[in-house]
Design a protein around this ligand. Structure first.
Ligand code: SAH
Length: 372
C-alpha cells in the first residue's frame, strides 16, 4: 500500500479533491502526522469517520518497524535500524547536543539514509562495501526523522526502549547510508516535507546534504531555490588517490568539484563544506594538507576532518590524534578553516552502514537495547 508521505501536500490535496473533500483536509492530516505523531488514520479525530476509513483503505502512514536500537554517549546518541520490508533495512541516528548538560539539548540532529546500500563503493565506507539495493522513497526518508521526533510527553504513544525522550529535531544531515544526490527526487521530496510549515517546519539552513560529488546533481540542487547546506566528500588532495578511494569518481576531478562548489556558493549564498576522512598514512601527510589547501583556496569553503571510523573489511587505520591535529594545523596555516568532526557513537558503530553490517552478520539477533 502506498505511504501517504510519498505524495506531496499538493498531491494529497488533489487526491482529496478528486474524492470530493475540501482542500484543507490535507493540511489537517499533515498536522496529525507532523504535530501529533499520528501513526494511523483512525486516531485523526477531527476528520469525519468515513474519510478516515477511506484514507486507511488507500494509504498507510505507519512507521517502519524497529529492528535494533543502540544508545551511547549517555543517551545523547541513539541509532535505530528500521525495517523497510523485503529484507531491506536502513539506519538512522539521532545526536543531541546539550553543552550545558541541563537535559534540554540546544540542537538535535538526525542523520538520515537515502538508499538501501550504496553504489559509490568508497573503499573505507561500510555501506559502500554492501553494494546497492534500491533508492528510498520520500516517505521512507521522512519517517526516519519522525521516528525520533514524535512527541512522547502528552503524545500519542510511549517512548520506545532506547529511544530516549522525544526532543524537537532541529537539524537533519543526509549523511546516513547511500548517496542522496543519486536519489535526487526522493531527497528533494523529503526535504520539502521536512522544511515546509505544514510538514516538520525545519529551517532549510538546518539541513545539510552530503554528496560523494555528483556535479550535475550539485548544479541541479543549487537551482532548486533551497537554502540547504552542502557537504562534498573530497577525501584526497589529488585525483589519482581520490579515484583509488572512490572508484566511481571516474571523470570527475577535484577541480570540477571545486568549481561546482563555487557555483553552489554563488547561487545559494551558503558556505560549502569539504569532508575529508583521514586515513592513516594514506591521505593524512602534512604535504597532502598543503596540496589540499592549494586546490580549494579562494572559495568560501570549510574542511571537516573525519578521523576514519574503522569498519570491518578494508585494511585501513585511523590516524593518531597527533596526526589529525597536525593535518588540521597545516590547513589552518594555509588559511583554510578546518575542524575535526566530534566523535559520536563510536562504541555503537555509528559510522555509516555499520549497524546494518553488524546486525546482518551477527550469528544471534541483537538485543533491542545495548549499553547506554
Ligand atoms: N554519500 C554521501 C553520504 C555518505 S556518509 C557522501 O559521500 O558524502 C557521510 C560521510 O561519512 C561521507 O563524507 C563519507 O565519505 C564518510 N564516511 C563513510 N564511512 C566512513 C568511515 N568509516 N570513517 C569516516 N568517514 C566515513
Amino acid at each position: 500500500m502506498q505511504h501517504l508521505l510519498d505524495l506531496s501536500l499538493e498531491q494529497i490535496e488533489a487526491e482529496l479533491a478528486s474524492w470530493g473533500e475540501p482542500r484543507y483536509r490535507a493540511k489537517q492530516i499533515a498536522e496529525w502526522v507532523f504535530r501529533h505523531g499520528a501513526t494511523d488514520f483512525a486516531s485523526m479525530t477531527s476528520l469525519p469517520p468515513a474519510l478516515r476509513t477511506r484514507l486507511s483503505e488507500a494509504f498507510t502512514i505507519a512507521p517502519p518497524p524497529v529492528l535494533a536500537v543502540r544508545a551511547a554517549d549517555d543517551g545523547g546518541t541513539t541509532k535505530a535500524l528500521l525495517d523497510l520490508g523485503g529484507g531491506d533495512a536502513v539506519e538512522t541516528v539521532r545526536m543531541d547536543y546539550d553543552p550545558d548538560g541541563d537535559g534540554e539539548p540546544d540542537r538535535v540532529t538526525v542523520c538520515v539514509s537515502t538508499q538501501v546500500g550504496c553504489a559509490m563503493a568508497c573503499r573505507f565506507c561500510a555501506t559502500g562495501l554492501q553494494g546497492f539495493t534500491r533508492n528510498l522513497t520520500p516517505a521512507e526518508i521522512v519517517t526516519q526523522v519522525l521516528h525520533f521526533s514524535r512527541p512522547s510527553q502528552g503524545g500519542r504513544r510511549e517512548t520506545r526502549p532506547g529511544e530516549g525522550a522525544a526532543h524537537r529535531v532541529t537539524n537533519i544531515v543526509f549523511m546516513g547510508m547511500g548517496e542522496p544526490l543519486a536519489n535526487y527526487a526522493g531527497t528533494i521530496a523529503a526535504i520539502r516535507w521536512l522544511t515546509r510549515p505544514e510538514g516538520l517546519g525545519l529551517r532549510q539552513r538546518g539541513i545539510t546534504v552530503s554528496t560523494v560529488g555528483l556535479v550535475r546533481q550539485i548544479d541541479r540542487l543549487s537551482l532548486e531555490g533551497l537554502q540547504v547546506g552542502l557537504t562534498i566528500s573530497l577525501h584526497a588532495p589529488d585525483d589519482d588517490l581520490r579515484r583509488d578511494l572512490i572508484p566511481t569518481a571516474g571523470g570527475t576531478s577535484i577541480d570540477d568539484l571545486v568549481e561546482a562548489a563555487r557555483r553552489y556558493i554563488e547561487r545559494c549564498g551558503r558556505r560549502v563544506t569539504f569532508a575529508y576522512a583521514l586515513l592513516d598514512h594514506v591521505n593524512d601527510e602534512p604535504e597532502q594538507a598543503r596540496a589540499l589547501a592549494r586546490r580549494i583556496r579562494g572559495i568560501q569553503a570549510h574542511v571537516n576532518l573525519i578521523p576514519y571510523n574503522p569498519t570491518a573489511g578494508p585494511d585501513l587505520r585511523r590516524p593518531s590524534l597527533g596526526r589529525v591535529r597536525a593535518f588540521q594545523r597545516e590547513l589552518q596555516a594555509a588559511g583554510i578553516n578546518a575542524t575535526v568532526r566530534i566523535e559520536r557513537g563510536v562504541e555503537i558503530a555509528a559510522a555509516c552502514g555499520q549497524l546494518r553490517t553488524d546486525v546482518q552478520h551477527a550469528a544471534t539477533p541483537l538485543p533491542l537495547v545495548l549499553d547506554a
